[in-house]
Design a protein around this ligand. Sequence first.
Ligand code: ZN
Length: 107
Amino acid sequence: MHSHENDPMGIVGACPTCKTAYIYQNVRILRKAKEQTLFHLTCDKCKHSMLFSVLRQKEGVMCSGLMTDCSFEDAKLFHGKEIVSIGDVMEAHEALDIAWSQELFSK
Ligand SMILES: [Zn+2]
């Protein structure tokens, strides 16, 4: 396991359960709004899921993660219908990029 210093996924990091780094392919956007993007991540190894939110505010970007038992399908039921396809995952990357750079430069 090697670390990617410039990888925006560094914000999300690794699975809290098995320490396996999350991979982009398992990131899905659950909900996208102006200020907040909610991602659903599934660990490739142990299949534990996590909800991850990037919140944009005047003060900066706040990131928070939460372990969940919900599959992406379950989570959809809770979080509405704005489900996007794999094409929008690129936007998720951009959102994470923004969050990542703000994280870097705020120090
Ligand atoms: Zn895991």
